[in-house]
Design a protein around this ligand. Structure first.
Ligand code: URA
Length: 236
């Protein structure tokens, strides 16, 4: 794609065109190893290498972030009352129109993939793909072996069909790890309700091969690594 150098720099760095022009004047930008000072120069993002103050900005149309959604934040980019994911992102990382892939309830914590790659989001959320999602769950009451078995084979949550088989690991008195292959509205809460208990705490730990980075505190985010992007692109 051909694009003006100043527009490209503004998009990539989150700076204004005016700031970018100033930086160009200072000789801080190189295209294919040559300093370029003119903002109107056209670059080809498929072949040209743009380095700004030592940083390789080679054009990437898509961005991918792992976000540790905190409680109280809604899985949206706009809301009249609640904090959205965008309230947690720095302006410099919001040069593309990002959105969360799928939803977690307002009171659920954990992994949300945030991107502007609509095709990937579509594939990951497709019911046909059954991308695994693993959650850490705490409940008001412990459940017994029979209830665990029911969750494992599928329960009636008021949909046309029972839930697909799930995998459960008992971690403590009333704490569990559960992996499901679908993503119906309030699915985990409804599954545990169906076997006689209520979810009191819920956190998503993984989505397909993407694991929530334990270094990220609620409200923090980071870029996906190239490896993580490659793996998640592959499995969907
Ligand atoms: N299941 C739920 O009940 N809530 C979530 O946020 C995610 C899965």
């Amino acid at each position: 794609m051909k694009i003006r150098l100043d527009k490209f720099l503004a998009e990539e760095t989150g700076k204004t065109r005016k700031q970018v022009k100033e930086l160009l004047k200072q000789g801080l930008v190189a295209v294919n190893n040559e300093v370029v000072k003119k903002p109107e120069v056209k670059i080809d993002t498929d072949v040209d290498r743009v380095v700004f103050d030592g940083d390789d900005l080679t054009y990437k149309p898509f961005v991918y972030y792992m976000f540790h959604k905190p409680k109280g934040c809604v899985s949206a980019t706009k809301d009249a009352h609640d904090q959205t994911i965008l309230d947690y992102f720095l302006a410099k990382d919001l040069t593309k129109e990002v959105f969360p892939v799928g939803r977690l309830d307002k009171d659920t914590e954990g992994l949300l993939l945030v991107t502007n790659d609509g095709e990937l989001a579509h594939r990951l959320l497709s019911p046909k793909k059954h991308v695994d999602k693993t959650y850490y769950v705490e409940t008001s009451l412990p459940i017994g072996e029979e209830e665990i078995h029911q969750l494992e084979v599928g329960v009636d949550i008021g949909e046309k069909t029972r839930t697909l088989p799930a995998k459960i690991e008992v971690l403590g008195e009333n704490s569990y790890k559960i992996t499901i292959h679908e993503g119906k509205f309030h699915q985990i809460k409804r599954m545990f309700h169906a076997v006689g208990t209520e979810v009191t705490y819920l956190k998503r730990l993984s989505m397909g091969t993407l694991l929530l980075d334990p270094k990220l505190l609620p409200g923090e985010y980071r870029k996906l690594t190239e490896k993580e992007i490659e793996r998640i692109q592959h499995e969907s």
